[in-house]
Design a protein around this ligand. Structure first.
Ligand code: COA
Length: 324
């Protein structure tokens, strides 16, 4: 039988640079309380959000992805033409054709790059990061631009207080490239299909969620998945410098951090709280949080970061990465 040739690939992969993009418009809780029955105190106490960013009509998933992606490429010291593959995780493009990735590749200057969209809802960035990392290690790609980009205001009823106070818009990106060492650990991923009905779009237009069911699931089931990601990477909880869970609700983030600290994570482990000023940006929340923490000097190059995404599906994915 004929033997097919395989590319050489790389012993490891790593994040070379990150970037993020948010719309200019800041929306406070007080502003929302003028159009629906809610208030600043309730939102801060139950969700932890003080303000979020809403996109302008001309901002799109693609435009925000391009902005974040260009910053990540610049931070990695590469040229756009060095990128050979573009992955865009998203669940909010209202028109599926053409896909976002092909448009991003063209607009960013990664001409003729391979590209596809990937939908794992709020877990999307971690799924795409795992796919990009494996592509680099297997040799099917060399420099992968991994983006999470969402315009949730397109799919949220603007006066539904169970969703409109939570969701927001933005994009975050990472460039993944080859490495002699392992800079991106194995992924722990899966789905809880029995809970598929807890986050849906019943009218095909707006997100509906059973808030309490999702809250219960996230606060009990996600920390063990994060622990599994540590185990797969051969990392102890005490080795984790930074914990970056999907920014769904500050109380969920704190519950995950508490469980990890009970399992041995350090008290001085930095925990992402970007939801306070960014809201829940679905697949964009993890890279946006990482980029903001880097800019604020809370995350440093070489730090061991534990990423864990979770959301509709219900889907989840997490991995250990070394910060660029
Ligand atoms: N403003 C003011 N009051 C509100 C409110 C709002 N935006 N939303 C609900 N309430 C009221 C309810 O009417 C209820 O009042 P009652 O006790 O008089 O009946 C009370 O607050 C509690 O409502 P409940 O739905 O039990 O709130 P909660 O504590 O579960 O918080 C969520 C609601 C949605 C914030 C919370 O369940 C949550 O974050 N779930 C996870 C959702 C999530 O993360 N989704 C994304 C996954 S990627």
């Amino acid at each position: 039988m004929i033997e097919l040739r395989l590319p050489k690939g790389s012993p490891g992969s790593r994040i070379l640079g990150i970037g993020s993009s948010q719309p200019e418009r800041v929306v406070t809780n007080d502003e929302l309380s003028k159009i629906m029955d809610t208030n600043d105190e309730w939102i801060r106490e139950r969700v932890g959000i003080a303000e979020r960013r809403f996109a302008a009509p001309e901002d799109t998933v693609v435009s925000m992805a391009v902005d974040a992606g260009a910053k990540a490429i610049a931070a990695s010291g590469l040229n756009p033409s060095d990128v050979d593959t573009v992955l865009v995780a998203n669940c909010t493009t209202t028109v599926p054709i053409p896909n976002a990735a092909a448009q991003v590749a063209e607009l960013i200057g990664a001409k003729a790059a391979g590209g596809f969209d990937l939908n794992a809802a709020c877990a999307g960035f971690c799924y795409a990061l795992a796919a990009g990392s494996d592509m680099v290690r297997c040799g099917s790609a060399e420099k992968v631009l991994v983006i999470g980009a969402e315009k949730l205001t397109d799919v949220v009823d603007p006066v539904d207080r169970s969703t409109a106070i939570i969701f927001a818009d933005g994009a975050g990106a990472a460039v993944v490239g080859p490495s002699d060492d392992t800079g991106i650990g194995p992924v722990a991923w899966g789905t809880a299909g029995d809970l598929v009905e807890t986050i849906t779009m019943p009218n095909g237009k707006h997100i509906y969620q059973e808030g309490q069911s999702v809250f219960r699931w996230a606060t009990t089931k996600i920390a063990p998945i994060a622990m599994r990601a540590l185990e797969l990477a051969g990392v102890q909880p005490s080795d984790v410098d930074v914990l970056i869970p999907h920014q769904a609700n500050l109380r969920i983030v704190e519950a995950i951090a508490k469980r990890l600290r009970k399992a041995g994570a350090r008290e001085d482990m930095v925990v992402a709280d970007d939801i306070v000023t960014s809201g829940n940006t679905s697949s964009a929340s993890i890279p946006i949080a990482m980029d903001h923490m880097r800019a604020a000097g809370r995350v440093h190059s070489g730090d061991v970061a534990l990423l864990i995404g979770f959301g509709a599906g219900l889907s989840y994915a997490g991995q250990v990465v070394i910060c660029p």
